[in-house]
Design a protein around this ligand. Structure first.
Ligand code: AMP
Length: 230
């Protein structure tokens, strides 16, 4: 029935991208949110925006972020719930980097029920731990609002150091430095990876092989989303 909303509004669509840091969540979330007309909600970008604006939340998050650790659940949940509830999220959202703990997953269910929705599909981008290090340490991010992501080797910008989309300067994130990367991957393995079973058990997990060219991963992600929209 996709595209044929006659009476009531089409139900909002909530997608979650799950995967280790460096799995390609940010890159794919941008394409997916555009394709399906969803708000892109990246908890990492929300934290970085607060950091840039030097808000209280930003100051609190900074300590954890610079160490490569997860920010405590209560502040993270509050921040994401507030963002999802704004009018531009009425058609649904593409969640990128949230939930990252079982407590966050439970809170997301509650938040979405209050908004009249649910997690429709969890897209798990699977990448081996060995590939992650090389990916993260070669990653460059743009300073523009879209925080577009490139990789020196696998996805370089047309002009070195400049974002293809908005022309802003590219920079290497502090937490993409090698020593921070291993902490982040460790956090993922202990705190986030249990969510794979959590969502698989609820029949809402689509597993995608993330160790292939970006376009092929995108193609499979699109197909998985189309299947739940039918
Ligand atoms: P990301 O851009 O998703 O890799 O996030 C960068 C950093 O922001 C992480 O290393 C954490 O410190 C923090 N962060 C982002 N999302 C979350 C989350 N869902 N829960 C806790 N901390 C988060």
């Amino acid at each position: 029935m996709a595209g044929s909303s006659t009476s009531a509004q089409t139900a909002a669509l909530y997608l979650v991208l799950l995967g280790a840091p460096g799995a390609g969540k940010g890159t794919q979330a941008q394409v997916l949110s555009q394709k399906f007309g969803l708000l892109h909600v990246s908890s990492g970008d929300l934290f970085r925006d607060n950091l840039k604006r030097e808000t209280e939340l930003g100051k609190l998050a900074q300590t954890y972020m610079t160490r490569g650790e997860l920010v405590p659940d209560d502040v993270t949940i509050k921040m994401v719930a507030e963002r999802l509830g704004r009018p531009d999220g009425a058609a649904g959202a593409m969640l990128d980097g949230f939930p990252r703990t079982p407590a966050q997953a439970a809170a997301l269910e509650t938040t979405l029920v209050a908004l009249g929705g649910k997690v429709n599909l969890v897209l798990y981008i699977k990448v081996s731990p060995e590939a992650l290090m090389e990916r993260l340490t070669g990653r460059w991010t743009c300073r523009g609002a879209g925080a577009h992501v490139y990789h020196m080797k696998h996805n370089p910008p047309r002009q070195p150091g400049v974002c293809d989309v908005d022309g802003t300067e590219l920079y290497q994130r502090d937490d993409d430095m090698p020593e921070k990367v291993s902490t982040r991957v460790g956090e993922y393995l202990t705190k986030t990876s249990p969510l794979i079973e959590y969502y698989r058990g609820r029949g809402r997990l689509a597993e995608i092989d993330g160790e292939r060219p970006i376009e092929l991963v995108t193609k499979d992600l699109f197909a998985a989303v189309e299947a739940v929209r039918r």
